[in-house]
Design a binder for this molecule. Structure first.
Ligand code: 13P
Length: 238
């Protein structure tokens, strides 16, 4: 299983250090073999090696240059960052990132060999038009994306489920993941209002290879509980 915590614009540097101390000791004390990824804000990056993968929530697709306010490859390399989130709905909808820019980021960071967690997901109005429309919407979000990229992880995050406490039904999640599985062999995570109470059931579904968690993962304790649920499933699913 892959468990990823996306902090978004939350936590200070000091809070992130305290958080990492809890998660890292949990991972080593329990000999966790599942992949655990944390996406802190840029300001909390540190140049130390960890037993948990640290990724960034964004990056500008250049080595360096005149891109005011952006963080490029050179700055990420300074912190040995090799994992990046691309296509998150908050960047698509709030920051108005186009599919073209997203695909450019994908190409650039794929060429650099990054592990890419690539997010797709539909707004509520699209979901209400039925699963045919939903899949067509997601298909468009794959434009310019190499679904055979070996270090690709897909995250299916319905926009209306993010930060709302709402989730699709287990059957609905499974149907979308089954449909995505026909297009790629990459691991497929589910994201959107995942919490301790539903993480186990979601991870137990067919073609769900893990979770991408926002608000509920801000608690290190809760995130560790979700990791423990994944460990439990490894035995059940095997
Ligand atoms: P929530 O878990 O807060 O719904 O956020 C999900 C998300 O956007 C993770 O990337």
């Amino acid at each position: 299983m892959i468990l990823a915590a996306n902090f978004k614009a939350n936590k200070t540097r000091q809070e992130t250090q305290a958080y990492m101390a809890v998660v890292e000791s949990f991972v080593s004390a329990n000999d966790i073999s599942d992949t655990v990824i944390v996406f802190p804000p840029f300001t909390a990056l540190e140049h130390i090696s960890r037993n948990v993968l640290i990724g960034v929530q964004n990056g500008y697709p250049v080595q360096n240059g005149a891109y005011t306010g952006e963080i490029a490859l050179e700055q990420l390399e300074e912190f040995d960052i090799r994992t990046i989130l691309i296509g998150h709905s908050e960047r698509r909808h709030i920051m108005k990132e186009s599919q073209e820019l997203i695909a450019e980021k994908f190409r650039f960071f794929a060429e650099q060999g990054f592990i890419i967690v690539y997010c797709v997901g539909e707004p509520l109005a699209v979901r209400q038009e039925g699963e045919g429309k939903l899949m067509a919407y997601v298909e468009a979000q794959f434009e310019g994306i190499d679904l055979t990229y070996p270090d690709l992880i897909i995250a299916y995050e319905p926009v209306w489920a993010i930060g709302t406490g709402l989730t699709p039904s287990m059957e609905e999640i499974e149907r979308v993941h089954d449909a995505l599985r026909l297009q790629t062999t990459a691991p497929i995570l589910y994201g959107g209002s995942v919490k301790v109470e539903n993480a186990g059931a979601i991870m137990a579904l067919n073609n769900v290879d893990g979770v991408l968690v926002g608000s509920a993962a801000l608690s290190a304790h809760d995130f560790c509980e979700m990791i423990a649920e994944a460990v439990q499933l490894n035995t059940d699913k095997a």
